[in-house]
Design a protein. Structure first.
Length: 205
């Protein structure tokens, strides 16, 4: 069964090329799903879990079945790791599968049928340091560096609706950035914030 579809170009890098990355073969992450969906409670699991992404920086698209027949799909996880890589340095780190299950839960709740637009997935320490010097609101010990966080928006979905849905799941941290028009979600401790404080919510373009 063909689990995924992808398109879009990437730039060459001395760090890691797309071809080299996929030559590495399937990662050893075909673990049985731990039932993390919807706030880490026991709920009936679907036969398949799908996710769709669009990387705003690279123009890459991915639509994939990342979980099927009771297991995570290694090839699909590799493709997700790639599209959520640190595109500035072309560096890849395995995305925490709990974050993928959180995104799946969000997708199910919102029922938008739109891909997640990715502002930032994995972030290397060097990139995080650079952004801290040039951008406000970047945490020194960001969970992006652990591949446990993602900054997203969804076409046609108001930021506040995305934020409130994520908060209702109570499955990690949720931050809203109205000026930059994205919501941060992670699988750390449950908490919430807004940056800058007191800013007004805006509909994504």
């Amino acid at each position: 069964m063909k689990h995924s579809e992808r398109r879009g170009g990437t730039s060459h890098s001395k760090q890691l090329s797309r071809r080299d990355f996929f030559r590495m073969g399937s990662v050893a992450m075909a673990a049985t799903a731990p039932g993390l969906l919807f706030g880490r409670t026991r709920t009936p699991l679907p036969a398949e879990k799908r996710l769709a992404f669009y990387n705003l920086h690279t123009g890459e698209h991915l639509k994939t079945i990342y979980w099927a027949q009771g297991r995570y799909v290694p090839d699909a996880l590799q493709e997700i790791n790639w599209i959520l890589r640190d595109y500035r340095r072309n560096m890849v780190k395995p995305i925490d599968v709990r974050l993928l299950d959180l995104l799946y839960a969000l997708d199910r709740k919102l029922e938008t049928r739109q891909p997640f637009h990715i502002i930032c997935g994995y972030r290397s320490p060097a990139t995080n340091d650079y952004l801290r010097e040039h951008t406000a609101g970047v945490a020194k010990h960001s969970m992006h560096m652990q591949a446990k966080a993602v900054d997203i928006r969804i076409p046609g979905c108001r930021l506040v609706a995305l934020q409130r849905t994520a908060l209702a799941l109570r499955d990690g941290g949720v931050g809203i950035y109205p000026v930059s028009e994205f919501v941060h979600v992670d699988v750390g401790r449950v908490r919430q914030w807004q940056f800058p404080a007191g800013s007004r919510h805006k509909r994504p373009a």
